[in-house]
Design a protein around this ligand. Structure first.
Ligand SMILES: NC(=O)c1ccc[n+]([C@@H]2O[C@H](COP(=O)([O-])OP(=O)(O)OC[C@H]3O[C@@H](n4cnc5c(N)ncnc54)[C@H](OP(=O)(O)O)[C@@H]3O)[C@@H](O)[C@H]2O)c1
Length: 288
């Protein structure tokens, strides 16, 4: 018999709300004669990456975006990739730009990302946008961290004044999330601690967290003994073994947590929703 007591926090209802708002904003732009456009670049023939791009394009079309796409061969040079980025950057009809990660090994993704016009960076990962986040200036927010803040707000989990512990200081998730949740805003404003491999006794910190966020990418690293009874647990870190998704948070944590994201369908849907929120905001910024 299952002893699960935690309330589940699926990302889908949060994403639906965000995407409904995006669709309304896209329609408003279209009513003014502006067609929001999110361009995508895929390099190589990785099946998973091609699948992710297809999903994003389908969703873009459903929301009313144009989505011009460039599929470059696996042996594309860095210069050729930059030329495509430059073309989209310069196109007045394109408002957002996404380079599907990862790119083939011979390419430097970070250098390519720095080539993207920061105001078109729908992933919110351009160094200038991470700098804006650090400085508290407006700009595209990194999608996974922004999605986690939205998820906590949607389920009315108080964050302000509470103790948040993040396991992982990676550039995609842990570090920007720490910046986001420590900002002075009602849905943030937390006491944030970030732990990592340099903190050998990290369970000492996670055990006192009101909100524990796993951002390590180490399957099963968070076990019930690392969780304070009744705490909220958000599983951000995942690894794939083939198509099988291996989350950082062991499912048995649901026996201790008060609320927890499901094994599948937690922060993934909110991440994608934030991408489109960044894209419509980029389009609005050009015309308002
Ligand atoms: N669901 C989504 O939509 C989504 C989106 C983006 C990212 N993610 C996932 O989020 C995770 C983090 O992404 P990232 O790019 O920020 O990762 P990253 O750069 O690889 O960072 C991982 C962090 O975890 C820490 N860590 C790893 N093993 C540890 C251990 N045994 N004990 C303590 N700390 C440990 C690392 O510590 P050190 O710094 O000391 O090495 C590092 O700070 C990944 O699993 C990624 O797949 C999910």
């Amino acid at each position: 018999m299952s002893t699960t007591t935690a309330v589940l926090l699926p990302g889908a209802p949060v994403a639906e709300k965000i995407l409904a708002d995006v669709a309304t904003r896209v329609a408003a732009l279209r009513a003014q004669g502006v067609v929001p456009s999110l361009a995508t670049i895929l390099v190589g023939d990785d099946d998973a990456s091609a699948g992710y791009i297809r999903i994003k394009q389908r969703q873009a079309a459903e929301l009313g975006f144009e989505s011009p796409h460039e599929h470059l061969p696996a042996d594309t040079t860095q210069e050729a990739l930059h030329a495509v980025i430059d073309r989209f950057n310069a196109d007045p009809d394109v408002h957002g730009l996404l380079i599907q990660y990862p790119t083939p090994q011979h390419l430097d993704y970070d250098v390519a990302l720095q080539r993207v016009d920061p105001d078109m960076d729908v992933d919110g990962m351009h160094p200038l946008n991470l700098g804006r986040l650090a400085a508290g200036m407006p700009g595209p927010l990194p999608c996974t961290p922004a999605g986690i803040e939205a998820l906590l707000a949607h389920y009315e989990i108080p964050v302000s004044g509470r103790e948040v512990v993040i396991l992982g200081r990676g550039a995609t998730l842990g570090r920007p999330l720490a910046m986001l949740l420590s900002q002075k805003r009602p849905t943030a404003n937390a006491a944030v601690t970030v732990v990592h491999t340099g903190v050998a006794d990290w369970p000492r910190y996670t055990q006192r967290a009101d909100i524990l966020i796993a951002a390590a990418g180490v399957p099963g690293i968070i076990q019930p003994e690392h969780v304070k009874p009744g705490a909220t647990v958000i599983g951000g870190g995942v690894r794939y073994s083939g198509r099988r998704l291996l989350p950082d948070v062991d499912e048995s944590c649901a026996e201790v947590a008060g609320a927890i994201t499901p094994r599948v369908g937690g922060v993934g849907p909110t991440t994608v929703a934030m991408l489109f929120r960044n894209a419509v905001t980029a389009a609005e910024r050009r015309f308002t």
